[in-house]
Every structure is written in C-alpha cells, then in structure tokens.
Design a protein around this ligand. Structure first.
Ligand code: DQA
Length: 146
C-alpha cells in the first residue's frame, strides 16, 4: 500500500515550537518513524509538509490516483479549512486525522474540526507515537475495506 503523511502549517517547527504541547521530536524524526512503521507493515510512506493550504490541497488531489490513504495533521487549518474538508471529500480516499496534542483538552477553538466529518477517524493526544498508531489504523481500515 502507498500512504501519504501530510503535515500542515507550523509543523516544520516540531521540536522547537511549544515543546510542552508538541514534544522535542523533530518533523524529520516523525517522518522517519512513519517510513519505518510503514516499511515494517509492507507499506510505502511518502511524507509532505507545507505551511500553505493550497499546497496541501494539491497533494490531496495528486494522491487520488497514486495513494491508498492519507494521514493528515492539518495543524490550525483543522479548525478553519472547509477547502481541505472539500478536497478530502472530493478524492474519496480514506483519511486518518492526526494531532500530536489532545485538541479536546485545549482551547475551545481547537475542539472544532472540519476534517473529522470526512475522516475515517481521529487520533490525538499521543504525541509522535500517534503517527505510528495512525498508520496502523489506516492500513487496517484499507484491508477491511478491500
Ligand atoms: C495540532 C493541533 C492544532 O490545534 C494546532 O494548531 C497545531 C498542531 C497538533 O498536532 O496537536 O498546529 O494539529
């Protein structure tokens, strides 16, 4: 299986930014973890990060014909972007929504997710380990659906 791990705005600063919420692990570490988990489970994981909504939407569109599923940490766009929600709905690929922090235990503006209604499910609050869980969950979902 071919999976895309998509990280949105400010996640390039992982390890530097608010470590009390997001930990000391860098994005490069997280992406390595994703590729390793994927490889151990027979899946090829491609990673992409952008601070730009349109670039993330382009990646989702491109994944339509090249990937079997997407793990998406949309960062703050989670709480604002109907365009990302529409992109996910348009490509009809299974998406697992991912957050390092438990968004439901934080400010109320983080409780709303525009991704959740079009995702298979949501994993949040487990830090970088959540990416490993998300890959496992997505592959199990793809297997069950095929
Ligand atoms: C985040 C949670 C969002 O609310 C925040 O804007 C982020 C990161 C997380 O991974 O916990 O940028 O998606």
């Amino acid at each position: 299986k071919q999976l895309l791990v998509l990280n949105g705005p400010n996640l390039n600063l992982l390890g530097i930014r608010q470590p009390e919420f997001y930990g000391a692990t860098t994005l490069a570490d997280v992406e390595d973890l994703c590729r390793q988990t994927g490889a151990a489970l027979g899946a090829e994981v491609t990673c992409f990060q952008s601070n730009h909504e349109g670039a993330l939407i382009d990646q989702i569109h491109a994944a339509r014909t090249t990937r079997d599923g997407i793990i998406l940490n949309a960062g703050a766009l989670t709480h604002t972007s109907i365009a990302l929600m529409d992109a996910i709905q348009s490509v009809e690929l299974p998406v697992v929504e991912l957050h390092l922090s438990n968004i439901h235990a934080r400010e109320s503006f983080r409780h709303k997710s525009w991704i959740a209604p079009v995702a298979v499910g949501q994993i949040c609050g487990f830090g970088p380990a959540g990416y490993d869980l998300a890959i496992r969950a997505l592959l199990a979902h793809i297997e069950a659906a095929s």
